[in-house]
Design a binder for this molecule. Structure first.
Ligand code: EPS
Length: 398
């Protein structure tokens, strides 16, 4: 349904993306996308590159007079740093950084210069994911769906962030996170995270962490249980797992729940006065059987510490074959606060795709009545035959 590709190198002239499958008549401006790009540029622990860039999108196709046409959307961001590299004599890079793609990509592609691996593997590419995600968020917003996240932990500092019962409480949590330079809504933990990053910078090292992204207003019935590649859990985990430095992902508190028994895990269902069906808790993180439940959708991502460390790690000089320590240029010290909009973007893309799959339609106008007619968690939407029945397969075993 919806697909996107990105292209461009970290120090090349441009980054670009094509987003195909967006319906027509969706209001879309560069300002909307730029606001998301700016969020990716902020956060304590960022490196020197963000002082150079002022990421601004150019809409090169698929958007006319402020509305999508249904044609592929062409997105372009210029790398301001390009002018510093375009004419430069660049010293050879022959010592691969442990934990980066320097060695693996060179083994795979036969590069004779390690910088070619770095240029495409750099998280600079996530600029375009955020731009694509902003367009997806714009579509979701038409249907009252919001995707936003925050930092749960950095290093060994963990915030106390229990699941919340209503959307207003999540809104307050989002606002608190945006007001924090480590994007953590728990002010006490945020202060300790800030200190942990500061200590890491002083120690010339890097620090990872965990991000939680919540989608509010998601209707029940997105995704499917009928085929492996249509299960929304799998799609979300794959999308989030593709973000640079992400080495783990979970729906809700999956790893923690493995410690409990089933009766302490599953969300009991109850009927309200008006006939609507509710879950008392949301430990499932908004998904059962690969399908959305209508509860807040919760996705977590584990980010390893960035591989470019100011304190050198041991490696091998591929030119001489001798042991050598890596040479440092610059990088982020902690990418976790800046990673929030990137994880949001991937979740928004998967959800926009699932919404389009459910509703069909070539324009937002065609989607609207179909959205309004969706089956909900309500007795009135779920009439049961309540009779004895037979399978009736036309297949007899010999
Ligand atoms: C990034 C830009 C890059 C990296 C960073 C992400 O800029 P430069 O290489 O010019 O400093 O700082 O990428 C990584 C940390 C990485 O390990 O790939 C950006 O725009 O986010």
């Amino acid at each position: 349904m919806l697909r996107f590709l990105t292209a461009g190198e970290s120090h090349g002239p441009i980054l670009t993306a094509i987003l195909d499958g967006m319906p027509a008549n969706l209001p879309l401006t560069a300002e909307w996308i730029n606001a998301e790009l700016a969020r990716r540029q902020q956060g304590y622990g960022r490196g020197g590159r963000m002082a150079i860039e002022r990421d601004q999108v150019h809409l090169g196709g698929g958007v006319v007079a402020g509305k999508t046409t249904g044609a592929p959307i062409a997105l372009l961001v210029e790398n301001r740093d390009y002018r510093n590299w375009a004419e430069k004599d660049i010293p050879p890079m022959t010592v691969p950084r442990p934990g980066h793609a320097d060695l693996t990509a060179s083994v795979k592609y036969g590069y004779r210069e390690l910088r070619l691996s770095l240029e495409r593997a750099s998280a600079r590419e996530t600029t375009m994911r955020v731009a694509v995600g902003a367009v997806c968020k714009r579509l979701l917003a038409e249907f009252g769906i919001q995707v936003q996240g925050y930092v749960v932990s950095i290093g060994d500092v963990e915030a106390d962030l229990p699941d919340l019962a209503d959307s207003a409480s999540y809104q307050a949590r989002f606002a608190a996170a945006e007001a924090s330079d480590v994007r953590c809504p728990d002010p006490e933990a945020a202060e300790r995270m800030h200190a942990a990053i500061r200590a890491t910078i002083q120690a010339k090292d890097t620090l990872g962490g965990v991000i939680e992204v919540v989608a509010l207003g998601v209707p029940p019935g997105l995704g499917s249980h009928v085929q492996w590649d249509r299960k929304l859990d799998g799609q979300l985990l794959a999308a989030v797992g593709s973000v640079p430095s992400v080495k783990g992902a979970e729906i809700g508190r999956a790893f923690q729940l493995t410690r409990l028994r089933g009766t302490a895990v599953h969300d009991e269902i109850e009927r309200a006065e008006d006939g609507s069906l509710r879950r008392r808790t949301n430990r499932a993180g908004g998904l059962e059987g690969g399908i959305t439940t209508g509860e807040p959708l919760i996705v977590r991502a584990a980010l390893k510490p960035i591989a470019t460390t100011l304190t050198p790690l041991n490696s091998v000089d591929l030119a001489s074959g001798e042991p050598r320590q890596i040479e440092y240029e610059r990088s982020d010290f902690c990418q976790v606060p800046r990673g929030v909009p990137i994880i949001e973007a991937m979740v928004a893309f998967v959800l926009a795709n699932a919404l389009l799959e459910k509703l069909g339609g070539d324009s937002v106008d065609e989607m609207r009545p179909r959205f309004a007619a969706l089956r909900r968690n309500h007795l009135a939407d779920l009439p049961m035959d309540n009779q004895t029945w037979q399978f009736g397969y036309q297949y007899s075993l010999k």
